[in-house]
Design a protein around this ligand. Structure first.
Ligand code: MG
Ligand code: MG
Length: 626
């Protein structure tokens, strides 16, 4: 699959954009007119630079408001077009995007439109240019890709074809199956963009909320499957207008973009294999003109292997874990690292390279079938590799770095949930009364605003976690966008929180901004939360104090048995209930940027106590103020 990206997706100057695209590995780019007009580079410079970078200049865009106009306007439009064709020849480009008319069309007549577009095609032919005509979702008269293709057939000119843009098609819910009936020679270009499902006017949706494939909710693998079945072999190019991407680091966004295409290519191959057309059993094995590369296959992780917290001064963390009922399993025999466990929940306290670091979540380990295959996949998806020093007989962890710089380790899972590497830790001193069975239930990571969508794609593509519909949780400093990524059985649950900008300090590096001030947590599930809380209290644990108003409201909503309600209030426990079951939980105080949560899931309760989250945010907000 030939990969491409429109320069409008990225921040920076045309030169910076082109360099970032080359580094990320794109085959070609679309030049967005505005980027050229504002550039000090002349067209010949751009042409040379693209050649030097190994980038194809695949599409010039956009040319707007051409068809369905009065004769006077047509004359002016042809003049305007000719100037662009001449410019393209200086750039060495041969394909231009012409969008269906939005602003100046006054005549709704396909015969006339085809006549005018034929004149354009003829002129383009004289300059060796091909016109890719695209139906904009909000085009005045032409807003449907099948309509655009009918016009292509009417014009019937070798220099006139269509551009299929997934946004314009999927935002209008047009059926994508008829794409297969389009003559592949007449598909001059394909653009892909994903988007969250929003209900708003299509133009604003398109201009601000497009995201890279895998970061939204469109069925892009299906769209691409039909394109491939049509026989198309040209570029598949990202055209993503997004307010965040246009102001975040250009090289990083280009890599995120590339990852989305690599992932889409794999998903499209999968869709084709699983969706043979009716009565065509051989289709699943058929080869199409467009070759689709696949990736090393992974299934979703079986569970958390460990969570790691890094700190210079570990005393507070040790105290908290001990009070919660964790057992100290000793120090690593060669590294400055401690292991604490409760049942199968393993927490590592890492003191290495942690000078002056306040306690913060640094790494997560996941149980996978094959760490080597999972790591190969992640690396092919351009995840940065994390290297850790190991001694000869120690387990080698395959590590990658997540967009928020949390280190992700791919660990060998075992059927009984044990981890071989724990033998590298020596005997610890006397344990506190341990024994409660526990697992890591979920981990909540704060995401810097500029990497939130990137994180969703990262965990979807590299780790096979499934994004759930996102929620917005009110907090005193703004709405916290919360996106759950989880496995189908819920064994791994990762909650990505987009912290309000107000909470980020100014001096820190952008990648760490949200994480330092915005609190993150690790939640452990136990069988009996009330007794866990009692024991923790007896050991002196400092609970997050829940206001009395909360318990009055709880009583009003759930009509709880008075003794049970009193227990909840006495122990600062939070409660939720839905049709599937009940949820009890409590939070510890925060040390550095990390706090812990203990939960008990009753029945099939699958949530996170969402109605209680605003209470936690408000209490923590109060505590964090001087
Ligand atoms: Mg487009
Ligand atoms: Mg939680």
């Amino acid at each position: 699959m030939r990969t491409g990206i429109a320069t409008v997706c990225l921040s920076g100057t045309l030169k910076e954009k082109m360099q970032a695209c080359a580094i990320a590995g794109f085959d070609g780019i679309e030049i967005f007119e505005q980027d050229l007009v504002t550039s000090p580079l002349n067209p010949e410079d751009v042409r040379t630079m693209a050649a030097d970078l190994g980038l194809g200049l695949d599409l010039y865009q956009p040319f707007r408001d051409f068809d369905g106009v009065t004769p006077d306007l047509l004359k002016a439009n042809l003049r305007r077009a000719e100037a662009k064709f001449k410019l393209m020849s200086r750039l060495g480009m041969d394909t231009i995007l012409v969008c269906s008319n939005v602003a100046t069309a006054t005549i709704n007549d396909d015969g006339l439109r085809a006549e005018q577009l034929s004149e354009l095609a003829e002129l383009a032919g004289d300059h060796g240019v091909k016109v890719a005509y695209e139906a904009l979702a909000w085009g005045k008269y032409v807003n449907d890709y099948e309509h655009a293709y009918r016009l292509v057939e009417m014009v019937d000119h070798p220099n006139f074809g269509t551009c299929l843009d997934s946004f314009h098609i999927l935002s209008r819910d047009w059926d994508t199956a008829p794409i297969e009936k389009i003559n592949a020679d007449k598909i001059f270009f394909v653009q892909v963009a994903d988007a969250p499902k929003l209900s708003m006017d299509v133009l604003s949706w398109s201009r601000h909320y497009r995201v890279f494939p895998g970061e939204g909710q469109f069925e892009l693998a299906k769209f691409m499957g039909h394109v491939v079945r049509a026989g198309y072999t040209g570029p598949v190019s990202l055209e993503v207008f997004n307010d965040v991407f246009r102001q975040s680091d250009v090289e990083r966004t280009a890599v995120d973009a590339m990852r989305s295409l690599i992932w889409l290519e794999e998903q499209s191959a999968k869709w084709l294999a699983g969706n043979a057309s009716e009565g065509d059993a051989a289709a699943s094995r058929r080869r199409y003109p467009m070759e689709l590369a696949t990736l090393p296959k992974v299934s979703e992780p079986a569970g958390f292997n460990f969570a790691e917290v890094k700190a210079d001064d570990t005393a507070q963390l040790e105290k908290l874990l001990g009070q919660l009922g964790f057992a100290f399993e000793g120090r690593h025999r060669t590294k400055d690292v401690q292991l604490w466990t409760m049942g199968q929940a393993r927490v590592i306290i890492n003191e290495q390279a942690a000078q002056h670091a306040e306690p913060a979540i640094a790494a997560l380990g996941f149980d996978v079938d094959s760490p080597v295959i999972a790591s190969a996949r992640a690396q092919q998806l351009k995840a940065p590799v994390v290297a850790r020093k190991v001694q000869a007989d120690e387990e080698v962890f395959q590590g990658i770095s997540a967009p928020d710089s949390t280190e992700i380790f791919l660990c060998q899972g075992s059927p009984d949930g044990t981890a071989a590497w724990t033998h590298e830790f020596g005997e610890g001193p006397e344990h506190p009364a341990a024994g409660a069975s526990a697992v890591i239930d979920h981990v909540n990571l704060a995401q810097p605003w500029q990497h939130f969508d990137e994180a969703v794609l990262f965990y979807t593509s590299a780790l096979a976690l499934e994004p759930q519909p996102f929620a917005e949780v009110p907090s005193p400093s703004g709405l916290v966008r919360s996106q759950v990524m989880q496995t189908s059985d819920g064994a791994v649950r990762l909650v990505l929180n987009l912290a309000p900008v107000q909470q980020a300090p100014v001096q820190q590096s952008p990648a760490r901004q949200a994480r330092k001030t915005y609190q993150e947590h690790i939640a452990f599930a136990v069988d009996d939360l009330v007794s866990t809380a009692r024991s923790a209290r007896d050991r002196g644990l400092e609970f997050l104090q829940i206001p009395a108003n909360y318990y009055e409201d709880l009583d009003a909503r759930f009509d709880l048995e008075p003794g049970f309600l009193a227990t909840l209030q006495e122990l600062n426990l939070l409660y939720d209930r839905d049709a599937t079951g009940e949820f009890l939980h409590f939070y510890t105080a925060t040390v550095g940027s990390v706090f812990f949560e203990m939960v008990e899931r009753r029945g099939n309760y699958d949530g996170y106590g969402a109605p209680n989250a605003p209470v936690r945010h408000a209490v923590q907000y109060d505590l964090a103020r001087p």
